[in-house]
Design a protein around this ligand. Sequence first.
Ligand SMILES: [Zn+2]
Length: 193
Amino acid sequence: MLSNFKIIGRNGFDITEEVTLFVLAAYIQLTLGFRSYSLPIFKTILIYPDSYRNPFTGEMHDGEVNPRGVIVLSWKRLVKGYENPTDCINLGLHEMAHALKHVISKTEYFEYEIEREMSNFNLLSEAEIDKMKAGGEHFLRNYASTNSSEFFAVSVEHFFESPVELKEHLPQIYNGLKNLLKQDPAKGFYSAS
Ligand SMILES: [Zn+2]
């Protein structure tokens, strides 16, 4: 598993066993339903101690995915994502979801079936984004309406942190993710009780 990618600390950040475990937790949680728990092409995970400035854009970030194969995360935000497991804000899952969407849509690594599930999900997301942009209440946080990539990433956060509610409010979105990720967290798999 660890031979699939390298975790590298930036700005003097030390990669301890705890850091490795948090990164693996998000990585495996998302890819658990697949034959190999992996996000091919994403070979490097950079960890900053906190929010960081992207040297190219000059903007501050908590995380991002570079399609050349790099996932970047703020350690502080990564931990925060797991401190509250039901608030639907989880940086690790969010950025891993971006990486997964890229692998499915832009590479040949996943079988046709998953590519089809992703296209179906994209169609569903367009309809929901239109609803969000039209205003009014929506179950997902507003950031999801930015574009289909953010919609997917935010939906994944809800899927794992509030599965029963997502299934109730947006059953098609829940089922789309269930079919795509081959996991059914609303069944209580992640329940602490
Ligand atoms: Zn995002």
